[in-house]
Write a new protein. Structure first.
Length: 254
């Protein structure tokens, strides 16, 4: 569905009475329509040319407003298709151990996984230190793209020690890696260490997610340990910033 100018209720922005910059006035009016539910998730916005002809606003002003909305996660761009209202972000609780497939389904969404590459690499000094193995030792490297409701939301790069799961790459990895490790190798995560920081999505990741290089993202690095303290997997996830909401609920004890 494509939203129309009338549905957006956008009068000529030259009539704005608050003296705000025009791009902020346009941003506020689009955001208000989204927040009030007049335009729902997945709805296509008018093109920049349509906005220009229907609001009497300069193309540069329109682009500033759309860029602001994108930075806030309210809208996103599809390559060669236009601007769309972002779907609700999925909630991620790093204190709770649940795989991507599980927590996405629990929130009434449809998860998907596509294996992009899987191969063996010699461990760099940094990776060798993480896995406590000798530099140059073999490591399995797995790259996957994950989707929510068929929309690509993250690219992950996972390292696994072949000594723990010798023929792992022979399996289909388009499902839950956690389940494969537990079912076929008796390996279960006992402890997880999670680090998160904002990032800009570099070109190869951005292309896999269908966004521009430099688009804001969230990098989640997860190290999983078994009960003996061995590293089970080392996972680097690159999320679209508008697809994830980090939520932690802690009981505070004085």
């Amino acid at each position: 569905m494509t939203v129309t100018h009338r549905m957006l209720d956008l009068p000529d922005l030259s009539d704005d009475e608050e003296g705000r910059p025009q791009y902020l006035a346009l941003r506020d009016r689009i955001a208000l329509n989204i927040e009030m539910g007049r335009i729902g998730p997945g709805t296509r916005l008018p093109s920049e040319r349509q906005f220009q002809s229907e609001t009497g606003t300069a193309r540069g002003t329109i682009r500033e407003a759309l860029a602001q909305l994108e930075a806030e996660g309210l809208i996103y761009r599809r390559d060669r298709s236009g601007w769309y209202v972002s779907p609700p972000a999925v909630t991620y609780d790093p204190t709770r151990w649940a795989g991507f497939m599980r927590y996405v389904r629990e929130q009434g969404r449809v998860p998907g996984t596509e294996t992009l590459d899987k191969h063996v690499v010699p461990a760099s000094p940094g990776m060798a230190d993480i896995f406590r193995i000798a530099p140059g030792s073999p490591l399995f490297m797995i790259e996957r793209r994950r989707t929510i409701d068929a929309r690509p939301v993250l690219v992950e790069r996972i390292a696994v020690d072949p000594a723990l799961a010798p023929d792992l790459l022979d399996h289909s990895l388009d499902g839950s890696l956690t389940d494969i490790l537990k079912t076929h190798y008796g390996i279960a995560a006992f402890r997880n260490r999670v680090d998160m920081r904002p990032c800009a999505l570099i070109r190869d990741v951005a292309e896999r997610l269908g966004v521009k290089s430099g688009t804001p993202g969230l990098k989640v690095t997860r190290t999983s340990f078994d009960e003996a303290g061995r590293v089970v997997e080392y996972d680097r996830e690159y999320w679209r910033h508008d697809a994830i909401r980090v939520h932690v609920d802690l009981t505070v004890r004085g």
